[in-house]
Write a protein that binds this ligand. Sequence first.
Ligand code: TRP
Length: 343
Amino acid sequence: MFFIIFASMEKREVVLSGIRPTGHLHLGNYFGAVKNFVKMQDTNDCYFFIADYHSLTTHPHPDNLQGNVRQVLIEYLAAGLDPEKATLYLQSDIPETAELYLFLNMNAYLGELERVTTFKEKARKQPNNVNAGLLTYPTLMAADIIIQKAAKVPVGKDQEQNLEMTRTYARRFNKMYNTDFFPVPKAFNFGEALVKIPGLDGSGKMGKSEGEGNAIFLNDDPKVIRKKIMRAVTDSGPTEKNQPKPEPIENLFTLLKVVSKPEVVAYFDEKYNDCSIRYGDLKKQLAEDVIAFTTPFAEKIKALDASDDYILKVMNMGAEKARANAQKTMREVREIIGFRKIY
Ligand code: TRP
């Protein structure tokens, strides 16, 4: 009895990740990240937020900021994030983050910020808008993470350097004020569990910036899905038995493996290996299996879109919890640095 009470009181590790509100969720996002977020909700104290402050670094005049953010939240909810299990919120609902960002910026150096690869890439992409927010993107990200005292941050490879900066800033703060106040968070990638989903254009991974038709979105219409898959890149077919599959064909099989039954994969594998495969048949089957997979998501997205009150409730619930936590951190940070108590 004692043990049971003990175990349930045990503090679970805080896992935190930010989501850039850059558009609709596709199969690559789902299998590469979201599916694992959904799993972690049961084992950790999870914080997931939509990084709307960060979006201003690349999109300074958003057309419909609230609409975009709402859509991203809806799609993540449809994909399985559960506001009863995880804390789901908008970055901009936690203005305390901006105060911590300011403090961290006082000890962030131009040289180290200029060396960050994502900064260099974005600066190259938008040479007329190399703003200070873009440069200090990693300090804002550090503030997001340490304000909730996160222990683990699930991020993709492209964010590892940013996370390394977070570690630097957490350590630097601790050292400067002679404290161990901020935990130094660890990057957390899923190893085996991470499935890299290829795009439909024959090479590389699925992404929205790779051009129309490369990605399949969870809310795509069945007609659109059929069209995208029928147009996927293939070749003229195998000419020798058991020959290795070239990349575009391997890609179609990778997709088949995540959405179809193992028998279906085995059937087309056999057909490929004895050179009797017809790519048209493979694609038709793949399209139907993708549609069967995405339809329940698309339906949930639609239902959530019609539930304004519920979405508002989710936003408020998450904001309240994340903000209370952030306020507590900031009261202590102000005290550590030596500012007057104001709240
Ligand atoms: N930089 C992340 C990305 O581009 C988004 C992000 C912002 C984030 N703040 C974060 C991720 C904090 C993890 C933790 O995808």
